[in-house]
Design a protein around this ligand. Structure first.
Ligand SMILES: Nc1nc2c(ncn2[C@@H]2O[C@H](COP(=O)(O)OP(=O)(O)OP(=O)(O)O)[C@@H](O)[C@H]2O)c(=O)[nH]1
Ligand SMILES: [Zn+2]
Length: 339
């Protein structure tokens, strides 16, 4: 019997008591809804961009429909919108669906707290902004960000700022075995060295910027997106406290195509949710060496087969340094937070 027969049979046996229109529950769910790109979230109001790149591109403010329940909507999400889609300050649409996400960058509040939060969705690249000095770099935090990138399947990029204050070579050396791409920058007012390199690496992609307060992230975003107007200057002269103008992520369009998502300064990056297996996958040169590992090996234990494999030269001359780096990241996952 074909599917069609079944359907007709079904209709005969249980006629629709409300008439010919199927109940709303059975109707295709908002098939005609418009898709918007979430660029900002502020106290239950979502800023979305509709008809992105089209002739009728506009910003539409929206709220979450009740049917979505407690489902979180984050910057970078593509959402289905119904209702007042006209745009403008008084129009308010409703978000009725979150489209499937290609990626989610997550963090847990801390390593022991399994509650994880999505920070941004659908990004390609995680850009870790760290100052070479003032404030001094926090390698543990950078490692945590890299682990989060690997876990979310994002390409990592290190932007090392303030190279006018200190020679970057020592610090860069610590990351060489990880083979993470990096750019060194220095902003000396009239001249912003390295900016063009950053621009080239962000072009046409969706990148999320993370970094702790004072590293020069806002300075960088303002240089990349001249209309961004992100507040800079870590310390307020009057109050002596940091000027924390933004409390959530915001997506900004790059003039040359692509998006940067700026996030508020982070102090920590909980990794309770990360599976060690996801980290080793980002060391394709070492992964074959795990074939002889005991089942469920954490790759950071006595029985791990990687030590003997690397010692035999199977991973080449860089093997030992790569294994050290892998172990460093694996321990980052379970270490106490801090710098
Ligand atoms: N010497 C030097 N100072 C820089 C450089 N980039 C930024 N700064 C300064 O560093 C301070 C902090 O820069 P911000 O861009 O506000 O830093 P942020 O990371 O956005 O910090 P929050 O706004 O607190 O999140 C400012 O006084 C900047 O002028 C640089 O390349 N060299
Ligand atoms: Zn192992």
């Amino acid at each position: 019997m074909s599917r069609r027969d079944l359907d007709e049979d079904d209709v005969r046996v249980r006629p629709n008591r409300r008439g010919s229109r199927p109940r709303s529950k059975d109707r295709p769910r908002h098939e005609d809804a418009t898709i918007g790109f979430v660029t900002g979230v502020d106290r239950g109001r979502y800023t979305t961009l509709v008809d992105q790149g089209g002739s009728d591109e506009r910003i539409v403010l929206a709220m979450k429909a009740r049917e979505l329940g407690r489902k979180g909507i984050i910057v970078g999400d593509r959402v289905a919108l119904v209702g007042d889609l006209g745009g403008g300050p008084d129009a308010l649409a409703r978000i009725v669906r979150i489209e499937p996400r290609a990626s989610v960058l997550r963090r847990s509040a801390d390593d022991t707290d399994p509650v994880e939060r999505g920070i941004v969705a659908n990004v390609d690249q995680l850009v870790v902004v760290a100052a070479l000095a003032d404030p001094p770099p926090r390698p543990r935090l950078i490692d945590r960000c890299l682990v989060a990138a690997y876990d979310a399947e994002l390409d990592p990029l290190l932007v090392l700022t303030k190279s006018d204050l200190v020679d970057p070579s020592d610090f860069v050396g610590q990351y060489a075995p990880l083979e993470v791409p990096y750019v060194v920058t220095s902003d000396r007012g009239a001249q912003f060295d390295g900016l063009e390199n950053v621009r080239a690496l962000l072009a046409g992609r969706v990148s999320v910027l993370v970094g702790h307060s004072g590293v020069g992230k806002s300075t960088l975003v303002n240089a990349l997106v001249p209309t961004a107007d992100r507040a800079t200057g870590a310390v307020n002269d009057v109050t002596g406290r940091g000027r924390h103008t933004s409390t959530s992520a915001v997506a900004l369009r790059l003039p040359g195509g692509g998006w940067v998502i700026d996030t508020p300064g982070i102090r920590s990056f909980g990794l309770a949710h990360v599976d060690p297996q996801r980290i080793i996958e980002h060391f394709p040169d070492l992964e074959p060496g795990t074939a002889e590992c005991p089942r469920g090996c954490t790759h950071d234990e006595e029985e791990c087969a990687l030590d003997a494999w690397v010692a035999s030269g199977a991973a080449g001359p860089a093997g030992p340094a790569r294994l050290d780096s892998l172990r460093r990241l694996l321990r980052t996952r379970t270490a106490q937070q801090g710098d």
